[in-house]
Design a protein around this ligand. Structure first.
Ligand code: IPM
Ligand code: MG
Length: 358
C-alpha cells in the first residue's frame, strides 16, 4: 500500500541529515517493495524566512494528510531576536499541539561499539536500555495564563502555568504501560508530587490506571530531583520512565548523554491519528552546512517510523542492523569519533548505511 511521508528538514543541520534519511527511504522504496511518496514542507526558521510564520498552514495540511512525518531540527541564533510567537521553536510546539502528538518516545540505548564515548564509566552504562515516555501537549509548555506583564509599580512579572487534566495524564500513562508490556514491564513515573499539586494529580491518575488496567506492570514513583540523580548513579535500574512534558524535556537530554552520543538517538511523537519522527538532538548551528553532522539519529528515526507508523518492523530491524554494521566497520562522524577509527562526514555516513541495507 502507498504511504506518504512528509519531510520537514527545518534549520541548521536539519536539511543535511534529512537528505541522508531520504536516501534511505528512496532505497527502501526502490528495493524493498514499500511504495513511498515523499513530500517536503517548511517549518521553523526556514518557514519564517519564506512565509513569515514558523508553521505555515500549508505545512499543517501536508502533515495532516501524511502517514508519517520526518523532521530534522528547528532553531538557531539567527531567529533568537524574534518575538516568541514566531520563533522557530513555536513551529515545533505548534505541530505537536495541532496534531495532538501527546506521547513522545525517547529511547536511550547504548550501542556496544560506543560505550567508551560516554562520560560515565563503561560498567555503569553498558547495556542501558531506557525508554523515556514524555507527555508532549500539556504542562507548563502550553498552560495559560502565560507571558510577561508590567505591574502598577513598574516591576515586570513573568508567568507560566503548569496544568494537567486527568484525561491528559491517563492517555499518556496508558501509552507508557503499553510500551512497557513490550519491554521489561517496569514503569517509573517521575513527578514532583511533594511540591506541585498538578503532579500529585499526575501520580494519582497514573497509579489508578495501573491498578485498574495494568496489574502486570510494576509501577514505581520518583521525584524528579531524585530521578536526575539516579539516572547518573545507577541508570540500569530504569526500563520505562513516564513523565511530564517539562521533566521529560530535561531528563531525556540527560538520559541521552548516558549513551555517549546525542547524535545517535531517534524519537517518535505519537497521537491517535498522526506521528512525527525526529532525532532528539537540535539544529547544531555551529556545524550546520559543513557536512560534519551525524545523520544516524535521523536514520534511526526512520526505523522507528517503520515500526510505529508504517507497520513494517522487519524494515525497522533492517535499518537498525545496517547502522550497527556501519559502527562495526569503525566508521564514525566527528561527534562519536574515537582514536584509531575512520572519521567520515554526513554524506559518507548516509552512503555507508545505504550500502549496508543490502
Ligand atoms: C525538545 C526540544 C524542544 C522542547 C524545543 C526545541 C522547543 O528541546 O524536543 O526536547 O523543549 O520540547
Ligand atoms: Mg529538549
Amino acid at each position: 500500500m502507498k504511504k506518504t511521508v512528509l519531510l520537514l528538514p527545518g534549520d541548521g543541520i536539519g536539511p543535511e541529515i534529512v537528505d541522508e534519511a531520504e536516501k534511505v527511504l528512496e532505497w527502501l522504496h526502490r528495493y524493498c517493495g514499500v511504495e513511498l511518496v515523499l513530500e517536503r514542507g517548511l517549518i521553523g526558521g526556514a518557514a519564517y524566512d519564506a512565509t513569515g510564520t514558523p508553521l505555515p498552514d500549508e505545512t499543517l495540511t501536508l502533515a495532516r494528510r501524511a502517514d508519517a512525518i520526518l523532521l530534522g531540527a528547528v532553531g538557531g541564533p539567527k531567529w533568537e531576536p524574534l518575538d516568541y510567537a514566531v520563533r522557530p521553536e513555536r513551529g515545533l510546539l505548534g505541530i505537536r499541539k495541532q496534531l495532538d502528538l501527546y506521547c513522545n518516545l525517547r529511547p536511550a540505548k547504548v550501542f556496544p561499539q560506543l560505550v567508551d564515548a560516554s562520560t560515565l564509566k563503561p560498567d555503569i552504562v553498558s547495556g542501558i536500555d531506557i525508554m523515556v515516555v514524555r507527555e508532549l501537549t500539556a504542562d507548563i509548555y502550553f498552560g495559560e495564563p502565560r507571558g510577561v506583564t508590567v505591574l502598577a509599580d513598574g516591576r515586570q512579572r513573568g508567568v507560566n502555568t503548569l496544568t494537567y487534566t486527568s484525561d491528559e495524564i491517563e492517555r499518556v500513562a496508558r501509552s507508557a504501560f503499553e510500551v512497557a508490556r513490550r519491554r521489561r514491564r517496569q514503569v517509573c513515573s517521575v513527578d514532583k508530587a511533594n511540591v506541585l499539586e498538578a503532579t500529585e494529580l499526575w501520580r494519582n491518575v497514573v497509579t489508578q490506571i495501573q491498578q485498574q488496567h495494568y496489574p502486570d506492570i510494576q509501577l514505581s514513583h520518583m521525584y524528579v530531583d531524585n530521578a536526575a540523580m539516579q539516572l547518573i548513579r545507577a541508570p540500569k535500574q530504569f526500563d520505562v520512565i513516564l513523565t511530564t512534558n517539562m521533566f521529560g524535556d530535561i531528563l531525556s537530554d540527560e538520559a541521552s548523554m548516558l549513551t555517549g552520543s546525542i547524535g545517535m538517538l531517534p524519537s517518535a511523537s505519537l497521537g491517535q491519528h498522526h506521528a512525527l519522527y525526529e532525532p532528539i538532538h537540535g539544529s547544531a548551528p555551529d556545524i550546520a552546512g559543513r557536512g560534519l553532522a551525524n545523520p544516524l539519529a535521523t536514520i534511526l528515526s526512520v526505523a522507528m517510523m517503520f515500526r510505529y507508523s508504517l507497520d513494517r518492523p522487519d524494515i525497522a530491524d533492517r535499518i537498525e542492523r545496517a547502522v550497527n554494521r556501519v559502527l562495526d566497520q569503525g566508521l564514525r562522524t566527528a561527534d562519536i569519533a574515537q582514536a584509531g577509527l575512520h572519521k567520515i562526514g554526513t554524506v559518507a555516513m548516509g552512503d555507508a548505511v545505504v550500502a549496508e541495507l543490502e
